[in-house]
Design a protein around this ligand. Structure first.
Ligand code: ADP
Ligand code: ZN
Length: 708
């Protein structure tokens, strides 16, 4: 069984070995067992049901909450040569009937559906009339009210257990906490599912949180060494999204806005551009994210504080799905804390709910003020222990210094007290520093005993101190929305001198900006740039031709491996991770040509081509040529098609086709108006009767003839 799975992994997906627990999960589901899979983003969840789907007889049904997610997976599978379709509301009635017919005929291997569609009685009875290989429930945390993506439609998926007792079900999610996990099991009736928990660590992500000083300037310093990379910048408000997107564009960083207030079409358009183009920055509210499977998002930057560590982990987790180095960067300041605390206080909802939210915010703040390894702190929150500091976060790289802030903290608290517990940080700092300005004079604060007692510290240090007092709950924020500070009960021991206080010493912004230029983005060395860009250009061109995002052709990791291992022929190309049989056939030659450059290493490829043309002219059939050159018949066809399109060979020289069949194929290609239809379309129109390789050749000949 596992051997068969390995073969599918290599032949279809082009990968050499399973990652983590993929093998065990696949074995469990392929042999008919249920599974609950918790794996971080980018861990490789899709293969856990896609491989069993190919191993088992019948139709595999995949439930997914978003059209974008489904389309992406379907496009990826189709590129791999797997017959997958998505049924969704954007299809016409005719198209849906057509899909149903193809399913009945057993031509479809995987069907992607939204939950509400799956549980329609008609759909259920349709599925009951078929052989079902498995049910996969993706983003299974949507069934949980506790989580943040609750989708009521998911609740009805529990009935699958009773309706299809013989069919294995696999639920997958990247959301970690225990409570969500238990809700998934209860509500999806997965009591007998084996649980597969993976570590939630994302070792390729570098975490950095900097004190907010001049946020836009800091953002630019962070982005500058990452120019040309795709990334997401999260902002709290729609207004800020628009402003930051405009600002970045002005500064020469191509950026698009995304938030729930934009017209639907524009949002969809921007999302599509982000997926399809390279090097775009999406500036967005949290409305953007779920369903973004783009694997080469190189950074996620937060301009504002997320509300919880769950949100932070999810949002930063969108970086580096492909396993290559990526950055999570955030700028964080007192205003963020004040704002979120006020929002929480003013929110609807009962006291219990507010307490939970407060608790979550406190955990988020603690991560920001953390002086030890961020990754250890983050994982600990998700009940996972990392034995050693990670060495791959800001605090590990530049150890944080702490200082004894007991005395200044008491001065800061007393400034709050003496001024009547109603002023914001700006005024408090003015008083501490003894600034004799109009505002201070207007309220007579130049006469207070605390006036000017804090000259030993700089303004930035006082601000940092107040921020940390608020983050630790020693100081409260007033509820009226003006950001006044009040003493909280928990500051008494400190005021009375019963406890001391150690605080973090913030790095100067210049230092943190400099340090942040070290991580990710340095994927390719200077001397590799030209070839890397050439590979990306080819990928972009192919993606446009096929109407799919570039990463569906090959992910960055695969291009990078090509760049480094420099395959010189198709056999070596087949060894590159991510190059399966279908992609080798379709794209192998083209990428080899780019890698080989114009002359030198492509000699072998050129020789092969030359020989192929001679053999074809000598009257050999593709099968005979394949044998002679010891490569696959598919490759021979694609090389023949290429030679035909270069007019080195005529169609008649390449293939010996019966007159009538040739006419029929040509008619099918030329039937429509405008561009030639794709080989896949024509193959379908001809009911798959003609080998794809032949269609490729005929198409190439037509193209050469009409110079289309
Ligand atoms: P998830 O759904 O868990 O976020 P995906 O299924 O999208 O993750 O996989 C993330 C990336 O890792 C994809 O580009 C996928 O092709 C790749 N991948 C998955 N499994 C393997 C494997 N065994 N070997 C190499 N790459 C893999
Ligand atoms: Zn660390």
């Amino acid at each position: 069984m596992l051997e068969h799975a390995q073969r599918i992994l290599k032949d279809v997906f082009g990968y050499d070995s399973f990652r983590g627990r993929q093998g065990a999960i696949i074995e469990r589901v392929a042999t008919g067992g249920d599974a609950l899979v918790l794996m971080p983003t980018g861990g490789g969840k899709s293969l856990c049901f896609q491989v069993p789907a190919l191993l088992r007889e019948g139709l595999a049904v995949v439930v997914s909450p978003l059209i974008a997610l489904m389309d992406d997976q379907v496009a990826t599978l189709n590129e791999l040569g797997v017959a997958a379709v998505a049924l969704n509301s954007s299809l016409s009635a005719d198209e849906q009937r057509e899909i149903a017919m193809r399913i009945r005929r057993g031509e479809i291997k995987m069907l992607y559906l939204a939950p509400e569609r799956l549980v329609q009685p008609r759909m259920l009875s349709f599925l009951e009339s078929l052989q079902i290989a498995l049910f996969a429930i993706d983003e299974a945390h949507c069934v949980s009210q506790w989580g943040h993506d609750f989708r009521p439609e998911y609740l009805q998926l529990g009935q699958l257990a009773e309706l299809f007792p013989q069919v294995p079900r696999i639920a997958l999610t990247a959301t970690a906490d225990m409570r969500t996990r238990e809700e998934i099991v209860q509500r999806l009736h997965l009591h007998s599912a084996e649980r597969f928990l993976s570590s939630f660590d994302r070792p390729n992500i570098f975490y950095r949180i900097v004190p907010k000083e001049q946020p836009r300037k800091q953002l630019i310093s962070f982005l500058t060494p990452r120019k040309g990379d795709a990334g997401i910048v999260y902002c709290l408000s729609r207004k800020k999204v628009e402003e930051v997107a405009a600002f970045l564009s002005e500064q020469g960083f191509p950026a698009l806005p995304y938030h729930a207030g934009l017209p639907n079409e524009l949002r969809a358009f921007n999302q599509k551009r982000f997926l399809n183009e390279e090097g775009l920055i999406m500036v967005a509210t949290v409305a953007f994210g779920m369903g973004i499977d783009k694997p080469n998002v190189r950074f996620v930057a937060h301009m504002d504080l997320p509300k919880s560590l769950e949100a932070y982990y999810q949002e930063t987790g969108r970086a580096g799905r492909d396993g290559l180095p990526a950055d999570a960067w955030m700028s964080y300041g007192l205003q963020d804390v004040i704002f979120l605390k006020q929002m929480l206080n003013n929110s609807e909802g009962d006291e219990r709910h507010k307490r939970v939210e407060q608790h979550k915010l406190d955990a988020m703040l603690a991560l920001c003020e953390e002086t030890r390894c961020r990754r250890q702190a983050l994982l600990a929150y998700f009940d996972e222990e990392l034995a050693q500091p990670c060495g791959h976060c800001d605090n590990c790289q530049d150890p944080v210094q702490t200082w004894d802030a007991t005395e200044p903290a008491r001065q800061a608290l007393s400034a709050i007290h003496r001024t009547g517990q109603r002023y914001g940080v700006g005024h408090l700092v003015d008083v501490l520093l003894g600034r004799d300005n109009d505002k201070v004079r207007a309220v007579g604060h130049q006469h207070l005993s605390v006036f000017g007692i804090g000259k030993a510290l700089h303004e930035a240090e006082w601000r940092s101190l107040y921020r940390q007092l608020v983050a630790r709950g020693l100081v409260d924020v007033d509820l009226d929305g003006f950001g006044g500070l009040r003493l909280s009960d928990s500051c008494r021991p400190l005021l009375k001198g019963e406890v001391s206080l150690q605080l973090r010493r913030d790095l100067k912004p210049q230092q943190s900006a400099k340090a942040s230029s070290s991580a990710a983005s340095q994927l390719v060395r200077g001397d590799e740039r030209a070839q890397w860009e050439a590979l990306r250009t080819l990928r972009r061109k192919l993606a446009e031709e096929h109407g799919v995002p570039p990463y569906v052709i090959f992910p960055d990791a695969t291009l990078l491996e090509m760049l480094r291992s420099k395959p010189a022929n198709l056999a070596e190309m087949a060894q590159v991770s991510g190059v399966g049989a279908r992609k080798l056939e379709r794209y192998g030659e083209a990428f080899l040509a780019v890698l080989g450059g114009a002359q030198s290493t492509s000699a072998s490829v050129a020789d092969l081509r030359h020989e192929l043309v001679s053999l074809a002219c000598a009257g050999m059939t593709p099968a005979q040529i394949a044998k002679q050159l010891s490569c696959s018949e598919k490759n021979v066809y694609s090389l023949l098609a290429e030679a035909i399109s270069r007019q080195q060979l005529s169609l008649e020289q390449a293939l010996d086709l019966p007159e009538e069949l040739l006419g029929q194929i040509q008619d099918t290609f030329l039937d429509g108006e405008g561009e030639l239809p794709s080989v896949a379309t024509v193959s379908e129109l001809l009911d798959g009767r003609v080998e794809l390789g032949i269609l490729h050749c005929v198409r190439a000949a037509l193209q050469a003839e009409f110079e289309i």
